[in-house]
Design a protein around this ligand. Structure first.
Ligand SMILES: NC(=O)c1ccc[n+]([C@@H]2O[C@H](COP(=O)([O-])OP(=O)(O)OC[C@H]3O[C@@H](n4cnc5c(N)ncnc54)[C@H](OP(=O)(O)O)[C@@H]3O)[C@@H](O)[C@H]2O)c1
Length: 315
């Protein structure tokens, strides 16, 4: 995709909810008409916006799955390549099987999602195991927050991915750079490798994700960085050595921090929304090492709505 198209897409959807992101995406695609084969388009079935414009806690009724999908397609003006369930709580409690059956039916010949891959996001091991016990169309991927600070707690879900051939998509891959500019055990390791490779430490993190066999879903509203992302994607696969990966693993394992935490601001009775790492206590994720001026919430809200990805995904 041309950098200009990517920049317009990302800057156009900052701070919006998923429906308006789809709308803006559709408008930019209609205006700039990039070749369909030049970009990868991912969208999500998401709950209606809730607190602070974040996805809400209201699930999508099974009877509304078709109309939700049709709404997404209409707003985008084109079929996505991949449709994700944004988190397990998009699905009404206990209704994962009929919900997934609806999606499977929509991928049949002549149906709106024919040719579209289905995936999930923020699914915990128990969600994935339940889904795999009945799915005829298996999810191709699980998009989770994945970077060196979540790696230890991601082990159970990653093991399931490996066992069932489900691809790991990493959102928030740059969290350790964005959140620990002034310190943290990982910083000197990233800096050392970045210097040797003559890249920045953000690039090293993206290479780490790739070395782990996952796909980094990153974003930028900056044209220079968008070019940099596409250059990173073309770097040789062995540019990061096994020792580099081990050093990053080791330094990263000293910090446990998630940018998109389990929700601590829910009223009693509400369930947490983002739960890819349920074993991670909230206390462990509340403060990044040597926190910068931006609060995690503020920066993450801004970045989580952007859509340019290293693998050309638009979420
Ligand atoms: N499934 C989910 O629940 C979920 C949750 C969150 C996010 N996501 C998806 O993940 C994707 C990206 O997530 P993310 O924004 O959290 O990814 P990220 O890669 O961790 O952060 C992206 C941010 O990093 C900055 N950046 C890019 N390159 C940089 C560099 N070389 N040095 C320093 N900063 C750099 C960008 O700022 P500039 O714009 O200034 O370049 C951008 O704001 C989005 O498409 C979103 O849909 C999914």
């Amino acid at each position: 995709m041309r950098p200009e198209v990517a920049r317009r897409l990302t800057s156009g959807i900052f701070g919006q909810n998923y429906a308006t992101s789809e709308q803006t995406t559709g408008e930019v695609l209609a205006e700039l008409k990039p070749e369909r084969s030049s970009y990868w388009l991912t969208t999500k079935l998401s709950n209606p916006p809730g607190i602070e414009g974040q996805p809400g806690a209201t699930p999508i009724a099974v009877a509304d799955v078709r109309s939700s999908v049709e709404g997404s397609l209409k707003r985008l003006g084109t079929k996505p390549d991949l449709l994700l369930i944004h988190n397990p709580f998009v699905v009404p409690s206990g209704e994962l099987e009929p919900f997934w059956r609806e999606l499977e039916a929509l991928t049949a010949a002549g149906e709106p999602l024919e040719g579209v891959s289905l995936g999930v996001s923020n699914f915990r091991p128990q969600d994935l195991e339940a889904l795999l016990s009945f799915a005829k169309v298996k999810p191709v991927c699980n998009q989770i927050e994945y970077h060196p600070w979540t790696a230890v707690h991601s082990a159970p879900i990653l093991a399931l991915h490996a066992k069932h051939g489900i691809h790991t998509q990493s959102y928030g891959p740059l969290v350790p750079v964005l959140k620990a500019k002034n310190g943290g055990a990982l910083k000197p390791v990233l800096d050392r490798i970045a210097k040797r490779l003559d890249v920045d430490s953000a690039t090293v993190l993206l290479l780490w994700v790739r070395a782990k066999g996952a796909t980094a879903v990153s974003s930028s509203g900056n044209e220079g960085r968008i070019r940099q992302l596409s250059q990173t994607a073309r770097m040789a696969t062995d540019v990061l050595t096994a020792d580099d990966v081990r050093d990053i693993d080791e330094a990263g394992s000293k910090t446990h921090y998630r940018c998109v935490p389990g929700r601590s601001d829910l009223t009693p009775g509400q369930r947490p929304l983002t739960t890819s790492l349920p074993s991670l206590p909230l206390s462990a994720v509340s403060t990044p090492p040597t926190s910068n001026t931006n609060s995690p919430r503020r920066t993450c809200r801004r970045t989580s709505e952007t859509g340019r990805a290293l693998n050309r995904s638009l979420c």
